[in-house]
Design a protein around this ligand. Structure first.
Ligand SMILES: [Zn+2]
Length: 328
């Protein structure tokens, strides 16, 4: 299969496994902002772009997100789904501006927005007050409880409740189980039809003309393992989160405060870097990405140290940085 048969925006990687090409779709997260409460000269407010192939999802949209999108060359035209974790301003005050820009750009295709219930009313009132009649449909999806909120051929997105002062949700992006790969030698030797190949990729055996059966595991290769990403911001340290993020390849978890401010973290329904690491460890995730840093820290190196004391495979998220999802 040549590269040209895929959508142009879909970046394809070929991994060689037993001389067989396995197609891996690009799956990555770009941090547009990882600061909490107020923007500073060093950090912008929560927003990130999750990309799977040519599909692009915005997660949270703090004030200034559009400027960050311009800075990091993220198009504002072809987003189709926006997920808002909760209605504290630092997570969604940029949304109405982004919707307005899409309108001024002449957008026509629907925009799906997921968030707690009053979000639709808040956006609508701002549109009404400015007598803005959007040229495209806004489709609101109210987040109420844990469950699947999006699904396509390759990807499934779920939400789950976090423990914060107001209704707040985390999100998990999971790649669906992929089809098995046919072994080249088998295809060359037996030239199965399209229908047969489809069934074998889904696990069927192959019947030879003499009645013998070739078992599926002898004529196929395992597909690449499915990859997953979870976003947890904002939340109190809460082990109830663990089952929802168990074994994800990459976990972004808020680390608003340091050890010395653990009492303040609890009071404000936030977590420390060490607590983020405790969640990562309990959930056996592949890697932890810290974010949502308090504006009081001009240097967050000690947060990384504190977290690594519990969970070694931890990184500090960096604004403008892209993290590729890989299987373990
Ligand atoms: Zn909050």
């Amino acid at each position: 299969m040549s590269k040209k048969s895929f959508p142009f925006a879909e970046r394809i990687f070929f991994c060689y496994f037993e001389k067989q090409k396995v197609v891996m779709t690009d799956f990555q997260v770009t941090i547009l902002g990882n600061g909490s409460a107020v923007p500073t000269a060093y950090q912008n407010l929560s927003a990130q772009l999750v990309q799977y192939g040519h599909r692009r999802f915005l997660v949270d949209c703090g004030e200034g997100t559009q400027m960050q999108m311009i800075k990091y060359q993220v198009s504002r035209k072809n987003l189709s789904h926006i997920f808002i974790s909760h209605l504290h301003g630092d997570h969604y005050f940029g949304l109405v501006g982004l919707v307005s820009t899409m309108h001024l750009f002449g957008r026509e295709q629907p925009l799906h927005i997921y968030g707690p219930e009053p979000l639709e009313e808040i956006i609508q009132r701002q549109m009404d007050a400015s007598d803005t009649r959007l040229k495209f449909p806004l489709v609101f999806h109210v987040l109420q409880k844990a469950g699947k909120i999006y699904s396509d051929n390759n990807l499934e997105i779920s939400c789950f409740p976090l423990n914060h002062r107001i209704a707040t949700f985390g999100f998990v992006f999971r790649e669906k189980e992929r089809e098995r790969n046919l072994q080249k030698d088998f295809v060359r030797r037996y030239s199965p039809g399209v229908e047969q190949m489809h069934r074998i990729k889904q696990g069927a055996d192959f019947l030879l003309p003499d009645g013998d059966v070739l078992r599926n595991e002898d004529i196929t290769l395992d597909p690449p393992l499915s990859r997953s990403y979870a976003y947890c911001s904002d939340t109190l340290f809460d082990p109830d989160i663990v089952p929802f993020v168990r074994s994800v390849d990459l976990l972004y978890h808020e680390a608003t405060f340091d050890d010395a401010m653990a009492d303040i973290a609890a009071e404000k329904y936030h977590a420390t870097a060490r607590q983020a690491a405790q969640i990562a460890k309990a959930a056996s995730v592949g890697e932890l990405l810290l974010g949502h840093f308090s504006a009081r820290f001009s240097d967050t190196a000690h947060l990384l140290e504190e977290a690594r004391g519990v969970f070694k495979n931890t990184r500090k998220s960096g604004e403008g940085m892209t993290y590729k999802l890989s299987t373990r």
